[in-house]
Design a protein around this ligand. Structure first.
Ligand code: 3PG
Length: 308
């Protein structure tokens, strides 16, 4: 019998991506059950009860969701970060979890420049701003997004530096990136620091005042990774003690209200996570997820499994 696949996207994909996903499943003889912009977790719990596989974005797949999904064999996070999936619970239930690495990286990289330009040009207020040309950009982690940011930055005439203990210096140099050997050095020497680390137990609140306070005068922090990797009391302290410091983030920190009330013009926050929200990224990651599900059921393919 044909498989039933749930597309659970609280933040919906572009229509063209949903049609592409539907086509891939139709060709395999599978049925697509879309659940978009659902108002309550209850809707998700109900929808997963009858499905063999599911595609999600930042939708939370925790123990409750997995418990409600008696037939579920695979969940694919159409995107990079899988901190929204309880991997331990998935493994315990024999559910394979995957992501689609690299598929939405360019969209995130382009948003980095939108946030930088907004801050550089004084929030488009009419006041004289600064240019990106000649400035130093520091990448905290040199993964798929960092590799997409680099050529765009060079197009703007920026110098690119990166800190990533998991990537050989030679690989960075090949891309024209200057590898630095410590985070301190990165934060100390760059005009913009762009954060590209995943949210893990180790990285939550890992960017604290010690590090932030090393930033150059007038420097800006750009965060298109996860709000939680920045320690919020430290962020507030930076805003209070360093009137030259700016912060651009996708998505807003929990203390956004406090920042907005006191530090107008020194921050920009997206209302909803926008990094991967382009038609192109939706198509790339959505179709990749659908293909991975078909390959898993038909061929036992598990290349992008993240809960091994
Ligand atoms: C990712 O980890 O791929 C991005 O944060 C995108 O998240 P989204 O699919 O919820 O936009």
């Amino acid at each position: 019998m044909g498989k039933k696949i749930l597309l659970a996207t609280e933040k919906p994909f572009a229509k063209i991506a949903v049609e592409g996903i539907r086509d891939i499943f139709a060709k395999a003889g599978y049925e697509l059950l879309p659940l978009e912009s659902y108002p309550a977790k209850e809707d998700l719990l109900k929808a997963v009860a009858v499905v063999d596989g599911m595609i999600i974005r930042s939708d939370i797949v925790d123990e409750a969701v997995l418990n409600a999904a008696a037939q579920l064999k695979i969940v694919v996070r159409a995107g990079a970060g899988y901190d929204n999936i309880d991997l331990k619970a998935a493994t315990a239930r024999g559910v394979v979890a995957m992501n689609t690495p690299g598929q939405n990286s360019n969209a995130v990289a382009e948003l980095v420049f939108a946030l930088m330009l907004y801050l550089a040009r004084g929030a488009f207020s009419g006041k004289s701003g600064r240019e990106l040309r000649g400035k130093k950009l520091g990448l905290q982690a040199y993964g798929a997004v960092g590799r997409c940011v680099t050529p765009i930055a060079r197009g703007f005439g920026m110098e690119v530096f990166a800190f990533d203990p998991f990537i050989p210096a030679e690989a960075m140099k090949k891309d024209g990136v200057v590898p630095v050997t410590s985070l301190d050095e990165l934060y100390k020497s760059c005009d913009y620091v762009s954060v590209h680390i995943p949210k893990t137990k180790e990285t939550v609140n890992s960017i604290g005042f010690d590090l932030l306070s090393r930033m150059k005068k007038g420097a800006a922090l750009i965060n298109t990774a996860r709000a939680e990797v920045i320690d919020e009391p430290s962020l507030l302290k930076m805003f209070a003690e360093r009137p030259d410091f700016k912060y651009g983030a996708d998505v807003a920190p929990a203390c956004a209200g406090e920042i907005a009330g006191k530090y107008a013009g020194r921050f920009v926050f997206t209302a909803k996570k926008m990094g991967a929200q382009t038609e192109e990224a939706n198509v790339n990651s959505g179709l990749a997820a659908a293909r991975q599900i078909v390959a898993f059921f038909e061929l036992g393919e598990k290349t992008f499994q993240v809960n091994k």
